[in-house]
Every structure is written in structure tokens, then in C-alpha cells.
Write a protein that binds this ligand. Structure first.
Ligand code: SF4
Length: 438
């Protein structure tokens, strides 16, 4: 009879990058014969993959560790909050081990110590593409770790270190394995996708019969040959992004860019120390739209950054009206412990941060709704995510999972998640499109 290493529970918090870390941990442990339990009661121990970015995320992570300890009693902590082991130990002295982000080996070692693996040469039944926590038809593809920028509100470089890019060949082999396993959409993630390869001087590596450089364009082009949707997240508006827009115009990668602009006032952008902080960003957006009229642009902004005046904020609203972005997320500035921006003068009171957040969302809601209205009558491919009561819910090339809207398809509940169908858009509300088979 097959002897197994034990059963593990996993709580995965935080961003898609943390989810990819969780997938690697699950894949590695599954390969060693460990089982996974969906609840605390069925697990011999619980791994909590934490997020430490915002104060609210730290609190959520500490709470999750406490819950796992109360429900199960044996807890291994990893992820971004793991960099602050002192805070975890102070709150929860009973945890078995603590490691930081992408320290997979430390997690595996801690599991071995607490729950020794049983040797079983037949236990390696893990498919080559690993095990994933996202639905079967889409997957996040992490192309680098860390970040060499130093935005004043962000502590990610402290948590994860400087940019470390994966060789292009490795990324492409993983992407190819995912595509062969039935994944229909790859979501390329990193902290700064447009900086990919800078740290390794765009080194070439082998992919199939050729060498591919670790360069944003080269990687996007090669991914575009795999026959699946490729969506690019966390891109900054550097001039070299122009050449990737050409790939979008030719249908090689999705006409979608997720660019975290964060603000539009030059004074605030300078105080934020944002990368690619150029004067002519609006010109660049319009240039891209001329190159690729179908392009959808998503962004995020921070309202109430320290020192932001009403004039700065109005500049941001005016900029949004001109930029006509398709999708926008907004955060109220939050003084993350350890961020240099906390020391800036003239912090914005909480009620003004809240008020500006609401004003920004109102302005953007009208823009997004008007842009969605323009899609009515268009025929486009839709990737089905889930089936509900008499309804299929999917996404077009303009919508990323989790963060954007959806395409609602009433009466199509015979479809399956992962189906790709041609849809005529017949209606739109503030966030979602409504369609029918074309
Ligand atoms: S680009 Fe700026 S906000 Fe993004 S991870 Fe790097 S330092 Fe943080």
C-alpha cells in the first residue's frame, strides 16, 4: 500500500505573485506524496502564505495565522510577512517555522521536519506543468521576482529584493507546458514587466531550436506563438513598450495593458519616485491607440498621497478625463510600515483621502461605462470562466480575471469553463458586457 507523507492545509493570501509561490509549494509537496486538505480538521499541519504589503494585509495575515493555530495547532508561515518574523512570533509564538517570499525550499524543509515524507518512488504523479490553484483554463506566469525601482510608498523591494529575471527559455518551457495542459490564457506577472531581463543583460537562452533574449518584446513575441491568450500585467510606459503594441495590433498577444500609473500630477509622481515618470504619457497612450485601436488600458491610482493638494487631485481627474482608460482601480493612500513616503510633509487627513477616492471612482465609472457602451454591436471571442443559474460568465480580451468586468451570456449554461466562443455584444452596464453567440 502506498505510504504517504501526510496531509497539509494551505491558506494562500495576497497577490497573484503569492499565488504562484503557493502553486510551487503545492507542486513540490504533491510530488513528494503529500496530500492536501481543503479544511483545517483534515490536515496534519497548515501552511499560511502571507501578504505583508499594506497594513490591512498584514493584519489579515496575522489573523489567518491565528485562525489556523486555533483550528489546527501546527502552522508554518511563509510569504511577504515572513520577512518580519519578529512580528509573527510576537503575535503567535506557537508557529513551527517562518520563511519569506519565494523561499520554497525553506517551506519544504519545515514541512519535512514537522511531517517527515515517506519514501515512495511511485508518488511522483505530478504533471510536468505542476499543480495550479487557478481554474484550469488560465494561469499566472511569473517572469521575475523583486523590483529595482524604489517607489516611496512601497516596501516590496525591501521584502523581495531587487529584480531577478527568469531566463526566457525557462519561462517559455513553463508557458508551453501550461498551454499543452489545456490552459487557454497566460497572465504574465512580475513587479515591473517592462523591466524584464535588465538584471541579466537580456541574456539569451535556448527555446526549442533557437535562442531567445530575456527582453520584454522577445518574450512577448515568443509567448504569442504558443496559440493561447497572453495578457501583460504591470507594464510601465517606457518607449520600448511601443514595439509590444505592434504585437497586439497583429493579434499575437492580447490588446490589453495593465499600467499602474498611480497619479498624474508631476509633483506627486516625483514624490512617489515612480518609474517611467514622463511628461508625455498621454501622447504615448494616444500613439498606442492609433497603433492598436482595440487596446484596453487598465490602471490603478492612489488618492490622498502625502502632500497631495486639491490642485494635484484635480489634475489627476482632468488627466483621467483625457486618458479615457478602460478600467481603473483606486486605493486610498495607506501608510505602509517602513515606507519612506510616511515621512513626507502634509499627510492628507483620512476623510479627505476617502472623499477623493470616491470622487475619482465616480469620474472613472462614467468613463468606463461609456467605453463599454461603445462595444455594443461588436463581435469578439469570449473565454468562459464559470456557469451559473442559466448564465455563462466569461471574459473578452479586454478583461483580466479577478480585477476587470465580465461578459454575461444568459441562457448559455450548457457551456463549460475554458470554452472559447464567438460572441456578439448586445448590452453593457457600468462594469460588465452582455452578449449572445455570434
Ligand atoms: S515598481 Fe514601485 S510600486 Fe511596483 S513593486 Fe517596484 S517599487 Fe513597488
Amino acid at each position: 500500500m502506498k505510504q504517504r507523507g501526510g496531509t497539509i492545509g494551505l491558506v494562500s493570501l495576497g497577490c497573484p505573485k503569492a499565488l504562484v509561490d503557493s502553486e510551487r509549494i503545492v507542486s513540490a509537496l504533491r510530488a513528494e506524496g503529500y496530500d492536501f486538505s481543503p479544511d483545517y480538521a483534515g490536515a496534519d499541519l497548515v501552511i499560511v502564505n502571507t501578504c505583508g504589503f499594506l497594513n490591512s494585509a498584514r493584519a489579515e495575515s496575522l489573523e489567518a495565522i491565528g485562525e489556523a493555530l486555533a483550528e489546527n495547532g501546527r502552522v508554518i508561515v511563509t510569504g511577504c510577512l515572513g520577512r518580519d518574523a519578529g512580528a509573527i512570533q510576537a503575535a503567535h509564538p506557537g508557529v513551527l517555522a517562518i520563511s519569506g517570499p519565494h523561499q520554497y525550499e525553506a517551506v519544504i524543509e519545515a514541512v519535512h521536519e514537522a511531517l517527515p515524507p515517506a519514501h515512495d518512488p511511485l508518488s511522483d504523479l505530478v504533471p510536468p506543468q505542476g499543480l495550479r490553484l487557478t481554474p484550469r483554463h488560465y494561469a499566472y506566469l511569473k517572469i521575475s521576482e523583486g523590483c529595482s525601482n524604489r517607489c516611496s510608498f512601497c516596501i516590496i523591494p525591501n521584502l523581495r529584493g531587487d529584480l531577478v529575471s527568469r531566463p526566457a527559455g525557462d519561462v517559455l518551457r513553463e508557458a508551453d507546458a501550461l498551454a499543452r495542459a489545456g490552459v487557454r490564457e497566460l497572465l504574465v506577472i512580475s513587479q515591473d514587466t517592462s523591466a524584464y531581463g535588465q538584471d541579466i543583460r537580456y541574456a539569451e537562452s535556448q527555446w526549442r531550436e533557437r535562442a531567445v533574449r530575456a527582453r520584454f518584446f522577445d518574450l512577448a513575441e515568443a509567448l504569442g506563438e504558443l496559440g493561447v491568450w497572453v495578457r501583460l500585467h504591470y507594464v510601465y510606459p517606457y518607449p520600448h513598450v511601443d514595439e509590444v503594441i505592434a504585437l497586439m495590433a497583429h493579434g499575437k498577444v492580447l490588446p490589453y495593458l495593465d499600467i499602474p500609473f498611480q497619479h498624474a500630477s508631476p509633483r506627486i509622481l516625483k514624490a512617489m519616485r515612480r518609474p517611467a515618470n514622463q511628461e508625455k504619457v498621454l501622447d504615448r497612450l494616444w500613439h498606442w491607440r492609433r497603433q492598436c485601436p482595440d487596446l484596453a488600458i487598465r490602471s490603478t491610482f492612489i488618492a490622498g498621497f502625502p502632500g497631495e493638494t486639491e490642485d494635484d487631485f484635480k489634475m489627476l481627474l482632468d488627466w483621467l478625463a483625457e486618458a479615457q482608460l478602460d478600467r481603473v482601480g483606486c486605493f486610498k493612500y495607506e501608510p505602509v510600515a517602513g515606507a519612506r513616503a510616511n515621512a513626507l510633509e502634509n499627510p492628507v487627513p483620512d476623510e479627505i483621502r476617502q472623499e477623493r477616492f470616491e470622487r475619482l471612482m465616480q469620474v472613472q465609472q462614467k468613463i468606463s461605462a461609456a467605453r463599454l457602451q461603445r462595444k455594443i454591436g461588436v463581435t469578439t471571442d469570449v473565454l468562459i470562466d464559470e456557469i451559473g443559474d442559466g448564465l455563462a460568465v466569461g471574459r473578452s480580451k479586454w478583461d483580466a480575471p479577478e480585477i476587470d468586468g465580465a461578459v454575461l451570456l444568459p441562457g448559455l449554461d450548457e457551456l463549460q469553463a475554458g470554452d472559447l466562443i464567438s460572441v456578439k455584444i448586445t448590452g453593457a452596464d457600468e462594469y460588465d458586457l452582455i452578449g449572445e453567440p455570434a
